[in-house]
Design a protein around this ligand. Structure first.
Ligand code: NCD
Length: 540
């Protein structure tokens, strides 16, 4: 999918499609909604990397450095920050884990926190069919102070954060993100190179389903002068939305066909495991077996200061890094995994108010106007003869400039037949501009509510709505894509792994955020699409 999202605005970025000024916004639809801002670390966990600015990341890394030094020096008063506070952290792991779970546990214990939860769904009521929401409610009811969640569905952590009022840490949600891993990855890169900018970084392996590389690529794109070199089996490329976003931020992204060609230039090579368990089609794994393997021969071609990283585990049946490299001084994946403890201590400490942020200045967040329709001047014209569709004579609405063929989706969403409305719909050639094909929908004796107007605006941004009373257009509205699309029956996220999909039975209402003029992202799994792609599922 080619993504044309010039200025991503999700979560704190500026929108490039500004609505009308306050004066001509229609009173029905001129709400201003504040977009999600980069989160303060204190009092909140970490759901996805979009919520962190460069400054926030540096603040976490600075505290993690201090804590690592304190741990190495066994300086207990310097790292056991919980002191006499009684704080309880719940680890809810719906997927296997060695490092993330253990390092979070150790981080909590070193801080002096208490632990509860489960490391596997075996033996829990998840096996009895309990939803994520209900399980979360329990740990909220038990007055836990933070939740650390690993879950197979994309967007699970976002849902958790919306469900409970305590900090939630995303310890990996499906193929979506793994932000606390990224913090330890960045810490390791900073330790190795003393900087997070102007680096040549190779990401390799399963770039399609691997959440670690998704999050790391996005984080590295926040720092200037980095080049991302990508290499994956042909069927497992990095999602184009991530590549586009990185490029929009000025990060160079180079796609390679072999490890041999990319390795000599790299400061860091980040290998990943083929995520067989996430592949719906077993054939995907068969093709993926062609993934590049990091060998001693490749290591011998690397430049000074090079670091070989891996989030681990390495699959012994199909190793992305050969075992003889474990002892090589440039193999830093053991150090990397060890950094999971101080970095997760830092994140827990900041979230629970056990430590203060060292860098607090934040990039300003542009306010995003929320109106989705503006009033246009009404021009009274004589009724044209010979047009293909007769206008409404007495009372009703005429929706014009619709995206071609979207009128049938709207007829369904506006329940025209169920309501026994009289309507006419068509995709027609514009009378004034014959090269322009547009949809039209005319509904007699009907006015549209704000929710219905928002629905029309979502399906077909740019549409115009004429309200007709006594055979006269009394109001003309131009619609723009609303900030949020929600509450539309049978509209689902196209990502099969998204927690909001009905087949997962998690009862998460789908919601989509505007990220460009005609682009939206799923609020849960971040899947990016045009509105046409979003509504394609209900047009069938
Ligand atoms: C990764 C994960 O679970 O996403 N490991 C980790 O958390 N350290 C990578 C993987 O499973 O391959």
């Amino acid at each position: 999918m080619l993504l044309l999202c010039p200025i991503p605005i999700k979560k704190g970025h500026a929108v490039n499609f500004l609505n009308s000024s306050g004066e001509d916004s229609h009173p029905d639809c001129n709400h201003t909604k504040s977009r999600e801002k980069p989160m303060a670390i204190f009092g909140s966990g970490l759901i996805d990397i979009h919520s962190l600015s460069r400054n926030k990341i540096m603040s976490i890394l600075a505290l993690a450095k201090d804590l690592k030094e304190a741990l190495l020096a066994r300086d207990v008063p310097r790292y056991k920050l919980c002191r006499d506070r009684d704080l309880l952290v719940a680890l809810l792991f719906y997927e296997n884990s060695t490092r993330t779970r253990s390092s979070f546990e150790i981080a909590a214990l070193r801080l002096g926190l208490e632990l509860t939860g489960f490391g596997s769904i075996e033996g829990s009521s998840v096996k009895k069919g309990e939803s994520l929401a209900h399980t979360l409610d329990m740990f909220d009811a038990y007055q836990c102070d933070a939740i650390i969640l690993r879950h197979p569905l994309d967007g699970a952590a976002k849902q958790a954060a919306e469900r409970v009022g305590i900090p939630v840490f995303n310890a990996g949600d499906g193929k979506h993100q793994h932000p606390t891993q990224t913090i330890l990855d960045l810490f390791t890169i900073l330790e190795r190179h003393g900087r997070l900018d102007n680096l040549q970084i190779g990401l390799s392996g399963d770039l399609k389903y691997g959440r670690t590389t998704h999050t790391l690529a996005l984080a590295l794109s926040l720092f200037s002068g980095n080049t991302l070199h990508l290499n994956s089996p042909p069927n497992l490329p990095m999602p184009s939305s991530i590549i586009e976003l990185a490029r929009t931020r000025g990060t160079e992204v180079v796609i390679h066909n072999s490890l041999e060609e990319m390795v000599p230039d790299l400061d860091i090579f980040y290998q990943t495991r083929i995520q067989r368990e996430r592949m719906p089609d077993p054939m995907e794994y068969e093709v993926a077996k062609k993934a590049g393997i990091f060998t001693m021969e490749l290591m011998n071609r690397t430049k000074k200061g090079f670091g070989l990283m891996h989030p681990l585990p390495i699959d012994k049946a199909m190793p992305g890094i050969l075992p003889e490299l474990d002892a090589h001084p440039n193999s830093i994946y053991k150090i990397q995994a060890g950094n999971g403890v101080p970095t997760r201590m830092a994140q827990l400490a900041l979230a629970l108010g056990l430590a203060a942020e060292s860098v607090t200045d934040e990039e300003p967040v542009a306010a995003i106007p929320g109106g989705f329709c503006k009033t246009l001047p009404v021009v009274t014209k004589p009724v044209r003869e010979g047009v293909s569709i007769r206008p409404i004579r007495d009372r009703g609405v005429v929706i014009d400039h619709l995206r071609p063929y979207s009128e049938s989706i709207l007829a369904r969403l506006l329940k025209l037949e169920e309501r026994a409305d009289v309507y006419r719909s068509a995709t027609v050639r514009s009378v004034k501009r014959p090269d322009n094909i547009k949809g039209m929908l005319m509904i007699e004796d009907r006015d549209l509510t704000e929710a219905e107007l928002s629905m029309v605006a979502s399906v077909s941004p740019g549409a115009r709505v004429n309200r007709i009373v006594n055979s006269r257009v009394i109001e003309k509205l131009e619609l723009q894509l609303p900030l949020t699309i929600e509450g539309i029956e049978s509209l689902h996220c196209p990502n099969a792994g998204c927690i909001s999909r009905p087949e997962h039975m998690e009862h998460v209402a789908p919601r989509f955020d505007k990220i460009g003029e005609d682009m939206v992202a799923c609020s849960y799994c971040d899947h990016i699409m045009t509105t046409r792609e979003l509504f394609a599922s209900i047009s069938k």
